[in-house]
Design a protein around this ligand. Structure first.
Ligand SMILES: Nc1ncnc2c1ncn2[C@@H]1O[C@H](COP(=O)(O)OP(=O)(O)OP(=O)(O)O)[C@@H](O)[C@H]1O
Ligand SMILES: Cc1cn([C@H]2C[C@H](O)[C@@H](COP(=O)(O)O)O2)c(=O)[nH]c1=O
Length: 208
């Protein structure tokens, strides 16, 4: 039986997810909440290996369905190895990306179909959907500019997709917000770090 809380953070490139998760973890830890943060694809050894295959700039020939299946495989392993044990021990789990990334990127932007990608992910996650998802909304022009200016960040295969692809990712997320209004909360990620953090912290404190 589920005891903890599963919160996912979603959004396009450069929306500020990593920055805000770090601030949020400082707050949760300092206030004594049992909480961990993790990311997808990755978070554990096997999934990090899958991540490096998916995001390798040299893998230009990767087929869209192969990509979707690799994300789902990394998700499954990360869920059983990292997320579920923490949730079952009463932890708050903050996860940078989850199923909605696959729905927006592979389902909508790649054109595989949101329902089709949902179906393969259902096999991977069974019934384990997030309790709440915070979607960081940002114009891809601003998001891509931010990551290009971030000299510490390595540019990966997905970052190099066309501007049209990144525009469709955002459109895909907007469709998901309409489809799952009870689960997904939209955050205006174009605001200052302080303003985004305040909105996010309020929503998280409300849920936990
Ligand atoms: N609200 C903000 N205003 C201006 N710059 C920001 C804001 N939030 C984050 N940044 C900066 O934008 C860059 C990308 O931020 P961050 O890595 O947190 O985004 P991300 O959503 O995790 O990106 P990705 O998913 O592409 O890895 C960093 O240089 C960060 O300092
Ligand atoms: C989980 C997931 C991720 N993606 C994409 C989104 C990003 O372009 C990269 C991950 O890089 P980040 O710096 O960690 O954000 O992968 C995807 O297309 N589908 C997914 O399911």
């Amino acid at each position: 039986m589920k005891k903890g809380v599963f919160i996912t953070i979603e959004g396009p490139e450069g929306a500020g997810k990593t920055t805000i998760i770090e601030l949020l973890m400082e707050k949760l830890n300092s206030e004594g909440y049992p909480a961990i943060s993790t990311r997808e694809p990755g978070g554990i050894e096997i999934a990090e290996k899958i991540r490096s295959v998916i995001l390798d700039k040299e893998n230009k020939a990767m087929d869209a369905r192969t990509e979707a299946l690799l994300y789902a495989a990394a998700r499954r392993q990360h869920l059983v190895e990292r997320v579920l044990p923490a949730i079952n021990n009463g932890y708050i789990v903050i996860c940078d990306r989850f199923i909605d990334s696959s729905l927006a990127y592979q389902g909508y932007a790649r054109g595989l179909g949101i329902d089709e990608v949902y179906a393969i992910n259902q096999f991977a996650i069974e019934e384990m959907m997030p309790d709440v998802t915070l979607y960081f909304d940002i114009d891809p022009k601003i998001g891509l500019e931010r990551i290009n200016q971030d000299k510490g960040r390595e540019i990966n295969r997905l970052d190099l997709e066309s501007f049209e692809f990144h525009r469709k990712v955002r459109e895909g997320y907007h469709l998901l917000c309409k489809r799952f209004p009870n689960r997904i909360i939209e955050i205006d990620a174009s605001q200052s770090i302080e303003a985004v953090y305040e909105h996010v912290a309020n929503e998280v404190l409300r849920v936990i």
